[in-house]
Design a protein around this ligand. Structure first.
Ligand code: 13P
Length: 341
């Protein structure tokens, strides 16, 4: 595997493949395990993730890389094999979440800023030795227009941090996944999501240029343009595709090799149908694929439910969703394929 940033970025978004975002912090994975009645321990988290990483079909055909959490990148499978080696043996690339989470932004109630820059150079060097060739940093932009959220200062602070993170990654030989997530929480309409996402992406590429980040060695991980979760509107895939592509054409340079969406609270099939509609109206200057957490893992979590006897069922559920999203990244998904499974 080439070590050039451009080649790693291209491999992440190649031929319909996408990323498995398995980088839930220990707090977040506990919430997911609570839903399926599984106690969250280092071993149960390991067993669950090992199940997915050993799903051969999914990992070799549909998944280009896995975003890991600090605990997981250091963990060994039950038989002693490092989890990173299992991922690499499937041909997928190990990646690592390096941000320290979104914290309240002083002076701006309702806004957050993502922290984690202090000591990042040293942590990246360590993660490189552990096998990571790409990283992720998630900025969180909430929408609450009545309260002036997001503020201009929040967009500036978050995109500036993303640019400093991206520059440090490239210095370390690691491809930065640049994630400015405009949340779908709230009752706002799709036009508001478009406006806030546009302001964010304009500022983001301004900051990335200022920080001398090489765009060819980056991947963008954005939200789709959607109506708010509590707006009462679920947009058609065609509407989502039209608004999302309009946004990117106006803001994302063609030098960026790929865009890998987060699922952000969409239903599993909704996230697949929207990705498919986006690719169906191509050609586009960038590859458009998935970097889903919840929309890839909700089904396998339920099928597995913490029982060794359910490992095959969990792997089948994961493989199915990965396959469907792979087809969507090629614009070849059909709703009938969901029932067939
Ligand atoms: P979701 O797909 O569940 O939004 O998670 C993706 C992710 O990595 C968020 O940072």
């Amino acid at each position: 595997m080439s070590e050039r940033l451009e080649d790693i970025a291209a491999a992440i978004v190649a031929n319909g493949k996408g990323l498995l975002a398995a980088d839930e912090s220990s707090g977040t994975i506990k919430k997911r395990f609570d839903v399926i009645g599984v106690e969250s321990t280092a071993d149960s988290r390991r067993d669950y993730r090992e199940m997915m990483f050993r799903a051969k079909d999914a990992m070799t055909k549909y998944i280009s890389g896995v975003i890991l959490y600090d605990e997981t990148i250091r963990q060994k499978a039950a038989d002693g094999t490092p989890l990173v080696d299992i991922i690499k043996a499937s041909g997928a690339i190990p990646g690592i979440k390096v941000d320290a989470g979104a914290k309240p932004l002083a002076g701006f109630p309702g806004d957050t800023v993502t922290e984690g820059l202090d000591g990042l150079r040293e942590r990246l060097a360590d993660y490189y030795k552990l096998g990571a060739r790409f990283a992720k940093w998630r900025a969180v932009i909430d929408i609450d227009t009545g309260k002036g959220v997001p503020s201009t200062n929040s967009i500036s602070a978050n995109t500036h941090a993303l640019a400093r993170y991206a520059a440090l990654c490239q210095e370390a030989g690691i491809v930065p996944i640049v994630e400015p997530e405009v949340l779908m929480d709230g009752a706002h309409d799709i036009g508001t999501c478009y406006e806030v996402s546009k302001a964010t992406l304009i500022k983001l590429y301004d900051e990335l240029h200022a920080a001398r980040v090489v765009l060819e060695g980056t991947i963008l991980k954005p939200n789709m343009v959607l109506s708010g979760k509590t707006s009462g509107t679920v947009d058609s895939p065609e509407k989502v595709a039209e608004m999302t592509i309009k946004l990117f054409r106006e803001t994302v340079p063609a030098a960026v090799p790929g865009i890998a969406f987060l699922s952000g609270g969409q239903e599993d099939e909704e996230a697949t149908a929207n990705l498919n509609a986006i690719n169906a109206i191509g050609p586009h200057p960038w590859k458009l694929t998935f970097s889903y957490g919840r929309a890839l893992q909700a089904a396998p979590q339920k099928a597995w439910s913490g029982k060794a006897s359910n490992v095959a069922a969990g792997q089948a559920a994961f493989t199915h969703r990965a396959h469907m999203n792979y087809l969507a990244a090629l614009g070849k998904w059909k709703a009938s394929l969901e029932q067939a499974a």
